[in-house]
Design a protein around this ligand. Sequence first.
Ligand code: ACO
Ligand code: ZN
Length: 284
Amino acid sequence: EKEHESITKIKYIEKIQFGQFEIDTWYFSPYPDEYGKARKLFVCQYCLKYMRLLKSFTGHLKDCKVQKPPGREIYRKGIISVFEVDGNEEPLYCQLLCLLAKLFLDHKVLFYDTKVFYFYVLCEIAKEGCQIVGYFSKEKESLANNNVACILVLPPYQRKGYGKFLIAFSYTLSRKEGIIGSPEKPLSDLGRLSYRSYWAYTLLELMSDLSTSSLSIKALNKLSGIATDDIIYTLQSMRMIKYWKGQQVVCVTTRTINNYLQLPQLKRPVLTVDLDCLDWTPHK
Ligand code: ACO
Ligand code: ZN
């Protein structure tokens, strides 16, 4: 269930202090009572607790012992780390994460009921601790096979490839589960751009390895783990789908594939998921 909350709710919080960053907010988020009416909130970058006063914030930073997200670290490569946090075991942290995320997400209704989700929290490791960069949430049981409910990269970390890394990570988990997953719709504009970029690159790379005669939507679906509708949407946007006897079929030449792969907007992803660094098996 989604609605455009921000149309009816006024955004009071204009910025947050988050670690070293002062971040302009984008949308309304239901921080309670007087916190929701503050123009600026101070948010601890480790435990995500929010405060209204600089004084409380500096006091908190001295006392706060938290240096990483709760839950289990399931991925570590270089300074990149991913924690799996169970919304049932860590409801407070997950609620605080949702409140923070809502400041940058327009079209999602906040789930206070965190227990039906896992949260995959992406961090950069520094000597002071694990700095949260972004996350995605995922329903524990999804009838629609959604492998992402909400995805966010915090503004200071955007456009560095972290979004596509999280997307790739979500597909990696789904593949381990043997599921063809897809993000929960509707996507935001930035979400759509990022997914389209991930889908297009992934599909083109696969296609360039296959002979064009053996190309089919089904084959791509199986090899990429990307849902059929998302494949059709992506290939259609590149005019690589034709109707043939009432069916949608892939129709493309090797030359077109290679031309696409050479376009500047189809950069090889900067960050990829290294399976050797993943310590995770599907939940039963
Ligand atoms: N302008 C133009 N293109 C963009 C922009 C932008 N501001 N941001 C991302 N893109 C496109 C680009 O193609 C980019 O690839 P490139 O930089 O190689 O050209 C691609 O998307 C992905 O870029 P990343 O750096 O991997 O993505 P980023 O770390 O910025 O995260 C995300 C993307 C998560 C969507 C981020 O913009 C964000 O958190 N936005 C706010 C929350 C949001 O809208 N989330 C998605 C909601 S939908 C859902 O939750 C299922
Ligand atoms: Zn704290």
